[in-house]
Design a protein around this ligand. Structure first.
Ligand SMILES: Cc1ncc(COP(=O)(O)O)c(C=O)c1O
Length: 436
């Protein structure tokens, strides 16, 4: 147990900042309910401290970014040194050696490691941009505009990334501005669903579709793990039909699931892989890496790149990414994640609650699905759990279109005492909330 972790309550500073934010930030961005505002001040390892001095255990890795832990010393050191030397360069005109190193390391850790030759990279700043690079690449390579994507997939909120379909609530308000090129099929969570997917794809007019975009495990969609054979089927289908297979490993990449990349669970590799979040451990940098034959369909830049951005290859981000990649390349990280994931899973499975429908996960990407007694999604219970756990000093999020999947994606070095504390708190919270 962690006696020093006491009830965390929104303090005066957080409440004041929330009020100011409501005044100055567009109201569609930050959720500032009265019992919720927590403004972070600092973080270390698995813990976060807010501006009012509350300490929290982080079960989110801050959206999956801080797998190696908050304030990871070697990453901070690299960042400090690089920011003193050169903060910004001209990524596609006068880049730095660091950009070369990142691209080389990404190739070594993906396509070269998979025995598929050199992988070529386009860097960017956010996950959604990496997805957009992939979709553009697929179009450049095939000249077919269509994108096959999966229900409840999440690929970011840029217009391009929204072509990857997914959550209705994010797409629908902008539907009339989105090109009508997407076809959404169902993401299978069972062998039967995989069979229906085969039938769904059987009747697709493939002449229209150049890209198939998929998360090997759905993250924000609810930690949905597809049956074995799913990725193999997609690989074969794409090969047969000349469609570019894109794996979005922005969330699952870099050991989150107990393998360097989640696709390695099946040993099936994409034409393009999108990476972000944990790539640098905290600096906004993302990448689309692809097989050379596909990436080389892009025209050579005549001096005015067809696809680039101001901050592409930012030296601080690249320096941190190179260091983070070296750490992630060590097999011991995946082994640790698997061990921790197993321990956490065993403890979670011991919670006896009528609201728990299923606990599933791989490595440290675990979801608890909550349902009401009539079988419907219990998003309202998840909401109460998050709020009450926050009050106990635990930061967590809920996933899925109905927000009823409690998500566990902590930094990789959650201490045993913290695990016990988290599970005990969750047990207590669930005991006191009754399903509808
Ligand atoms: C699988 C996946 N792809 C893409 C994104 C979008 O990344 P970003 O928010 O950096 O644009 C996310 C973000 O959660 C994600 O989980």
């Amino acid at each position: 147990m962690l006696p020093e972790l006491v009830t965390a309550i929104p303090g005066p500073k957080s409440l004041k900042f929330a009020e100011e934010l409501r005044k100055y930030e567009s109201h569609n961005v930050t959720y500032t309910a009265p019992d919720w505002p927590v403004f972070w001040e600092r973080a270390s390892g698995t813990n976060i401290w807010d501006v009012d001095g509350n300490r929290f255990v982080d079960l989110t890795s801050a959206f999956g970014v801080a797998g190696l832990g908050h304030g990871h010393a070697p990453l901070c050191e690299v960042m400090r040194k690089q920011s003193e030397r050169l903060i910004h360069a001209m990524g596609d005109v006068h880049p730095t050696e660091l950009k070369v190193e990142v691209c080389k390391k990404l190739s070594e850790m993906t396509y070269e490691r998979w025995g598929l030759g050199v992988g070529k990279t386009v860097l960017s700043n956010s996950g959604s941009e990496a997805v957009e690079t992939a979709l553009k690449t697929a179009f450049v390579a095939t000249r077919r505009p269509g994108v096959i994507c999966f229900g409840n997939g999440y690929h970011g909120l840029g217009y391009g990334a929204l072509l990857g379909g997914g959550f209705e609530k994010f797409r629908q308000p902008f539907e009339s501005q989105l090109a009508e090129v997407s076809l959404e099929v169902s993401f299978p969570s069972s062998v039967e669903m995989l069979d229906s997917l085969r039938s769904e794809l059987d009747v697709v007019d493939v002449s229209k579709f150049g890209a198939l975009l998929v998360e090997p495990i759905q993250g924000r969609g609810g930690k949905v793990i597809p049956p074995d054979g799913f990725l193999r089927f997609l690989r074969e289908w794409c090969d047969t039909n000349g469609v570019i297979l894109i794996f979005d490993e922005i969330y699952t990449g870099f050991n989150r699931t107990g393998r360097l990349f989640a696709c390695e669970w099946e040993g099936i590799y994409p034409d393009l892989i999108c990476l972000g979040k944990a790539l640098s451990g905290g600096y906004p940098i993302s990448a689309c890496v692809g097989r050379s034959e596909v990436m080389d369909k892009w025209p050579v830049s005549p001096g005015e790149a067809l696809h680039t951005s101001t901050f592409l290859g930012n030296p601080v981000g690249c320096a941190m990414a190179v260091r983070a990649l070296m750490i992630h390349h060590d097999n011991s990280v995946a082994a640790d994640v698997l061990k921790q994931g197993r321990e956490l899973m065993v403890m979670l499975e011991e919670i006896d609650s009528a609201s728990i429908h299923e606990i599933r996960g791989r490595g440290l990407m675990i979801g608890i699905e909550l349902r009401n007694s009539d079988g419907s999604a219990a998003g309202h219970i998840a909401g109460q759990v998050l709020s009450q756990m926050l009050g106990k000093g635990i930061i967590m999020l809920a996933d899925g279109p109905d927000g009823n999947i409690l998500a566990f994606t902590p930094p990789f070095h959650l201490k045993l005492g913290e695990m016990v504390f988290v599970v005990e708190c969750l047990r207590e919270v669930l005991e006191n909330i009754s399903p509808l």
